[in-house]
Design a protein around this ligand. Structure first.
Ligand code: HEC
Length: 200
């Protein structure tokens, strides 16, 4: 019962604050480049926290951390870094241009979420934000728990690990082409002009 009252209160708060924010933004435009205001962040995080099922919050990570970090790092570099950055700071074009922006996950607001909450978010995504839901299969569940370990490791990530991840980030066709040309150039297979004339 208490939870229902809190939930109702949370959503009412969201509507009121949302209305105020709409009035404010409709006067000054609504760009996703702007930083969310404090009331918006507060309303969104409170509503999210109230809507989180309590059994999800309390779940314990069933995967052993020591054996999975490399695997999770690879997964992060391939699927998550495009919005969150290899270091989890969110300072990449995609993450910065979303509203809300991808947060700095090394910091307290993320690190104080429970393992169960992080898992729930990875599996289910976050409504009205750019965060997709990645769950849906049994294999996926294991992968999400591994990512939870990786998120805990973000504040201690080393420069070496970041360099390793840069090699694993998805590449655009242009980048693949450029790498091929560079390799050919280094092998002496292509005239240097071909390399220097390449424009990006
Ligand atoms: C298309 C962009 C995008 C991708 C790809 C993405 N995320 Fe997110 N993620 C976001 C955004 C934007 C937020 C912030 C949402 C908010 O504040 O409500 C977020 C929030 C989160 C949060 C909650 C952090 C917090 O403190 O609120 C977690 C955990 C997370 N993402 C994990 C992941 C993982 C793990 C992956 C890869 C499997 C991933 N994300 C891929 C955009 C993305």
């Amino acid at each position: 019962m208490r939870k229902i009252i809190l939930l109702t209160f949370g959503f009412l708060l969201l509507i009121v604050v949302g209305g105020l924010v709409f009035l404010k933004t409709s006067a000054g435009g609504f760009s996703a480049r702007a930083d969310p205001t404090f009331p918006e962040i507060f309303a969104a995080r409170t509503a999210r926290s109230l809507a989180m099922p309590s059994n999800a919050r309390e779940r314990i990570n069933p995967v052993n951390k020591t054996t999975v970090l490399d695997e999770a790092m690879e997964h992060w570099a391939d699927h998550c870094a495009v919005c969150h950055g290899n270091d989890g700071a969110g300072q990449v074009q995609m993450g910065r241009q979303m509203y809300p922006h991808a947060p700095d996950m090394r910091k307290e607001p993320t690190q104080t979420l429970t393992d169960g909450e992080l898992f729930y978010i990875i599996e289910n995504g976050i409504r009205l934000s750019g965060m997709p839901a990645w769950g849906g299969s049994k294999v996926g569940e294991q992968a999400s728990w591994k990512l939870v370990h990786f998120i805990r490791h973000l504040p201690d990530l080393s420069a070496d690990e970041i360099a390793q991840m840069e090699k694993l980030n998805p590449k655009s066709p242009d980048e693949i082409e450029q790498e091929k040309e560079e390799e050919q150039f280094l092998n002496g297979d292509a005239p240097p002009e071909a390399h220097t004339q390449h424009k990006h």
